[in-house]
Design a protein. Structure first.
Length: 506
């Protein structure tokens, strides 16, 4: 039986699991956490070496718990774009700039002026989260480090380098985040030059490997550290949520994967290029050949709920669970609160990094359960808004699979389904990225004719969940207020965001 090691390097920690391809079963799971620093408003950074230590700890525990060191392949999915700046030997020159970091907002706006066909794949501009605007910020604000950097890359590229000793980019990340021309299989240095960072073309990993193909052999010393006793390859992965599409079995057009966690990501495919203005894409060949990937999402979702319960209310895990139960009883009462879920800006459909969070309608009669319930409603409205606007663009969505941390919060999960107003499938596996990376490994090992066949064979089981129609009607009414408040407060949000940026020393 073929066993593979799947690794998901997320925002709060790394998870690892050994997956048995033939039995379609995860044999073990382990995780290790790391910290996020917020040195200035809108900034978020992590220690790259802590990633690596946590990965080795979680990976070795997963292998040990599986009871075998016979691992045929290793594959990694990571957040994107969490950007690493390092030398050629993979030694970091500064902390990684995390995906949610919004310091490159100005630089992302500068990408609008670039006139090149490849820019159409990202809707004509890059998001502040992405690698290119972050590299632009680095060149403008930390020039000595930028000049010293031999490599500017994604977390995935850094981890794969540590695993193999070779620099290689994922075609997915390059296509979705680097303005890579995936139709013609080439970088476009003219774009970087026009943005004032011509050196970036030489700092990126130049070898681009499609998802589900082989990067290189696993280094013997890393294999020993992980407890792997057999020869093993490293299969190319990609962005964590996107790789989850392979585990969800939603590759074909008409399917959507909604992963709810620290942030929300909505992913679907088109059979051909189409107008999805307000969203990211469609990207050709990003995950699989011949399909066009559309990426949507919300920057802050589960992170808002954790911020409220832990940071603001001072609750522990048990207290958070009790708050969820209490808030569930407030849902039908219509407390008169309206929350906007833009704590770190909006990905889609507004594509505005300068939107900010708000809780409107507060009175001295409200308590934390009211505020928590309203935050859940706002996040759910944001998800429904994404799907509604996509369908207004002509994107057909027939099947939605929901996965991630949202499945552990029954209030958030049911509220999202109610706001969507349609049945969904809920994944039994709480981390489809780990199943998806196993699919990538199976494809790289040649166990299936292609990545789609491997996905079809290893799709994780799901259960159906129906909406509460009465709540769906309430959400439909609330949606107009949600959109109206967003538009009315946009100028003020921009002013406040500018003050935060100014205060951060830009």
């Amino acid at each position: 039986m073929t066993k593979v090691l799947s690794i998901d390097l997320g925002t709060g920690g790394v998870r690892a699991g050994v997956y048995d391809i033939e039995r379609k079963k995860m044999l073990s799971l382990s995780e290790a956490s790391y910290e996020t620093r917020y040195p200035k408003p809108g900034w978020a950074e992590q220690d790259v070496e802590q990633w690596w230590r946590s990965l080795l700890r979680a990976g070795s525990q997963a292998v040990a718990e599986a009871g075998t060191g016979e691992i045929a392949a290793v594959c990694v999915a990571t957040t994107a774009s969490s950007v690493v700046i390092c030398d050629r030997e993979g030694v970091p020159l500064r902390p990684a700039i995390l995906w949610m970091d919004a310091r490159a907002t100005k630089e992302s706006r500068d990408t609008v002026r670039i006139d090149h066909p490849v820019m159409a794949y990202s809707g004509g501009e890059d998001a502040s989260e992405w690698l290119v605007p972050k590299a632009m910020w680095l060149a403008a604000n930390e020039r000595p480090i930028y000049d010293r950097a031999a490599v500017i890359c994604e977390a995935l590229d850094f981890v794969n380098y540590r695993l193999t000793g070779e620099w290689a980019a994922s075609r997915m990340n390059a296509t979705c985040k680097w303005n890579y021309d995936s139709l013609n299989g080439r970088f476009v240095p003219d774009i970087y030059a026009a943005l004032g960072v011509p050196e970036l073309a030489d700092k990126l990993p130049r070898r681009v490997v499609p998802v589900g193909e082989t990067v290189a052999a696993l280094r013997p010393d890393v294999a020993a550290a992980l407890g792997i006793t057999s020869q093993s390859i490293v299969a190319q992965g990609g962005i964590d949520a996107h790789i989850g599409v392979l585990g969800a079995g939603t590759v074909a057009p008409g399917g959507m994967l909604l992963i709810g966690g620290t942030s929300n990501v909505h992913l679907t495919h088109l059979a051909e290029q189409g107008d999805v203005s307000g969203f990211w894409g469609p990207y050709p060949n990003a995950l699989v050949d011949g399909l066009w990937l559309v990426e949507a999402g919300q920057v802050s979702t589960g992170s808002i709920l954790n911020w409220l319960s832990h940071t603001i209310f001072g609750l522990d895990t048990a207290g958070h669970a009790a708050l969820i139960a209490e808030a569930a009883g407030r849902i039908a009462e219509r407390s008169g609160l309206l929350t906007l879920d833009y704590w770190m800006g909006n990905r889609t459909p507004y594509r505005d990094a300068n939107l900010r969070g708000a809780i409107l309608g507060l009175s001295l009669g409200h308590d934390r359960a009211d505020m928590y319930a309203s935050a859940v409603d706002s996040i759910s409205l944001g998800s429904a808004n994404v799907v509604e606007v996509l369908e207004q663009r002509g994107v057909e969505i027939h099947r939605i699979v929901v996965a991630g941390g949202i499945c552990k919060n029954r209030l958030w999960l049911q509220s999202t389904v109610d706001a969507l107003g349609r049945p969904v499938q809920v994944a039994h596996e709480d981390n489809l990225s780990l199943v998806g990376t196993a699919v990538c490994s199976a494809s790289a090992l040649g166990l299936f004719p292609n990545l789609i066949a491997a996905s079809d064979a290893c799709t994780a089981p799901t259960r159906g969940l129906e909406p509460d129609i009465s709540r769906t009607g309430w959400y439909a009414e609330a949606m107009s207020s949600y959109r109206e408040a967003t538009q009315a407060l946009r100028p003020l949000f921009h002013t406040l965001a500018a003050q935060q940026t100014s205060g951060a020393g830009r």
